[in-house]
Design a protein around this ligand. Structure first.
Ligand code: SIN
Length: 282
């Protein structure tokens, strides 16, 4: 197995390994797990694997979950389709910096994304190291956000274009959870900025510490939220991966954000994702 670090911020390309074999081999799975904790996102090329092998590899990190809105592979629960073509609905959600499913009480710990078909050029995915983003914040911002919490919403994102009755029914199933703005990694104990595209507002900003009079509240909270959200867009925290059919990315969803670049229509892009169940952020 050969490991090549791809940027100073995060990401490594692993070669000389077959993911189908990792799915069957405890020692190899342990090594890949350690590499994931270290590099936060791992890339593999030329992995001709079936949906079953894809799921078996992903289960090495934990149990899988489907997505309430994405179609799943018939043959393999846990493998969802992120397939885009000119016929796809106009609403897009993956071209926004986000951590997957932050609208769950227990967002995924990670995901394994496999490229089935991609445009000849375009359709890259970017990731950002949110531990680095947190570390490099000015001290006064770190102090200010240490106790902050925020709400994340499926209703305000995936459901916004749906009829109100469908939107409200989904909100019953997935009530908007509240998560800490600074999250601690359950394995490493390191802190990261836990914001991203599903966040709607801070839930405990309006205290005497920050709000003297009403005028302080909305601009203060909105500016701070916008500032924190914008950190993932800093190039020094990022990696950008160019897909080829059969390439695979595995990421730690607890300390990274990602963004699928939507520059390829009218080409087709088909990705299959296994999503690994995670813990409640703290
Ligand atoms: C995702 O947001 O999980 C999908 C990323 C991608 O399609 O590149």
């Amino acid at each position: 197995m050969h490991v090549e670090k791809l940027t100073c911020a995060l990401g490594a390309e692993i070669s000389g390994i077959k993911l189908a074999e990792v799915g069957r081999n405890d020692d190899l799975a342990g090594e890949v797990n350690e590499l994931l904790i270290k590099h936060k996102v791992l890339f593999f090329r030329e992995q001709e694997i079936s949906d079953a092998e894809h799921a078996a590899f992903a289960r090495r990190f934990g149990e899988l979950e489907d997505h309430p809105l994405a179609s799943s592979a018939d043959s393999e629960p846990g493998i969802i389709h992120i397939w885009k073509s000119p016929e796809s609905p106009p609403e897009r959600y993956e071209n926004s910096w986000h951590t997957d499913a932050a609208w769950r009480e227990r967002p995924p710990m990670g995901a394994v994304l496999r490229c089935v078909e991609c445009p000849p050029v375009g359709g890259d995915t970017m990731w950002a190291n949110m531990e680095l983003a947190y570390e490099q914040l000015p001290d006064h911002i770190k102090e200010d956000i240490a106790d902050l919490r925020a709400r994340h919403s499926m209703e305000a994102t995936f459901m916004a274009a749906k009829p109100a009755d469908e939107r409200l029914a989904m909100k019953e199933r997935f009530p908007d959870p509240e998560h800490p703005v600074v999250r601690t990694h359950p394995v490493t104990g390191r802190k990261c900025l836990y914001t991203g595209g599903f966040i709607t507002h801070f839930t405990n900003y309006h205290t005497a510490k920050r709000v003297r009079v009403g005028q302080d509240w909305h601009p203060g909270a909105a500016n701070l939220l916008q500032y924190l959200i914008s950190q993932s867009a800093i190039p020094e925290y990022q990696i950008r991966w160019r897909w080829t059919p059969g390439s695979v990315a595995v990421w730690d969803n607890r300390c990274t954000q990602h963004y699928a670049v939507m520059d390829y229509p009218p080409c087709i892009r088909r990705m299959n994702r296994a999503t690994i169940i995670g813990d409640r952020p703290y």
